[in-house]
Design a protein around this ligand. Structure first.
Ligand code: BEZ
Ligand code: FE
Length: 304
């Protein structure tokens, strides 16, 4: 009887067939022998090893290979300077988040990083401490306050804090065709490392799902929804730049965020205040409820 190797998801594969497949993998691996860039060589060899293992593991059919090529072609066709479907694909496969994990190893009590997302814009307006990032974006006003410190608890004055978020309809300013700049700004910590500003209570929204990535989510029974969040990017000389968000305690999407961005330490209470409750800075919001949250940020040293 022919010796066989069992491969998951499929019928047994004969020893002869296994040898043919392994020979091809070795042959392709050897094709990188003369690569002068050692890192590139390492990456290409690992890519081939994993790709061949995947094809052999699922016993990929030629029809499925064609479908994959069609899918990647569609991802390419919808991508332009405004829409990056490849990053979206990386996001929903958890590849973006895994790259963040690999590159932002936990360092003492430093705040954890999470996915960047496609909606950051350079040159968002500067606001003073206590300013309002909404600039016309709709939503419940939310007072956000906190500190930026190093891992020994020393305040970091002058840290640059970029914040951006979707409006209550689930859209970022850049998703509107009229060129508005709203729901985003930057500010700097004061001499005590403290900051505060008015933002909007975050609301859930779907990632762009009208393209091939959306079709893939649909076909696999996945939701395009992101858990409600407020984005931060915090930079200060001598410290690792932190890209993160804060999430909302109790949000039912925390467990199913479609880009796997949620980390327990980033879930914060957003406490709703009754209309008429005095605001921290005396802002008049007489007939409106508002919310408040606190996010104390700890930056790792740049060389950690
Ligand atoms: C976002 O948070 O804005 C986002 C992140 C990943 C993919 C799409 C959107
Ligand atoms: Fe976002």
């Amino acid at each position: 009887m022919t010796d066989t190797t069992h491969i998951s998801c499929s019928a047994p594969v004969s020893a002869e067939q296994t040898a043919v497949e392994e020979r091809l993998t070795e042959y392709v691996l050897a094709s990188f022998d003369n690569a002068s860039d050692a890192r590139l060589k390492q990456i290409m060899r690992a890519l081939v090893r994993h790709l061949h293992a995947f094809i052999r593991d699922v016993r990929l059919s030629e029809a499925e290979w064609n479908k994959a090529i069609e899918f990647l072609t569609a991802v390419g066709h919808i991508t332009d300077d405004k829409r990056q479907e490849f990053i979206l694909l990386s996001d929903v496969l958890g590849a973006s988040m895994q790259t963040i994990n690999v590159n932002n190893e936990a360092y003492r009590n430093a705040t954890e990083a999470t996915v960047f997302g496609p909606f950051f814009v350079d040159d968002a307006p500067e606001i003073p401490i206590g300013g309002d990032i909404a600039n016309g974006a709709s939503g419940q006003p939310c007072w956000v306050e906190g500190t930026v410190k190093d891992t020994d608890g020393n305040p970091i004055p002058g840290a640059r804090i970029e914040v951006w978020e979707a409006d209550e309809d689930g859209f970022y300013d850049v998703q509107y065709p009229d060129g508005r700049v709203s729901g985003r700004a930057h500010l700097f910590t004061d001499e005590n490392g403290t900051y505060n500003f008015w933002g909007l209570t975050p609301t859930p929204y779907p990632i762009p799902h009208d393209g091939p990535v959306g079709q893939m989510l649909e076909a696999t029974g996945r939701s395009p929804m992101r858990a409600s969040h407020l984005h931060f990017m915090v930079a200060a000389e001598g410290y690792r730049t932190l890209v993160t968000h804060i999430f909302v305690t109790g949000d039912e999407l925390l467990k199913s965020d479609t880009v796997f961005g949620v980390k327990q330490s980033l879930i914060k209470n957003f406490d709703e205040q009754l209309a008429g409750t005095p605001t921290p800075d005396g802002r008049a919001l007489a007939d409106q409820t508002w919310a408040r949250t606190r996010f104390d940020i700890v930056l790792a040293p740049a060389v950690a």
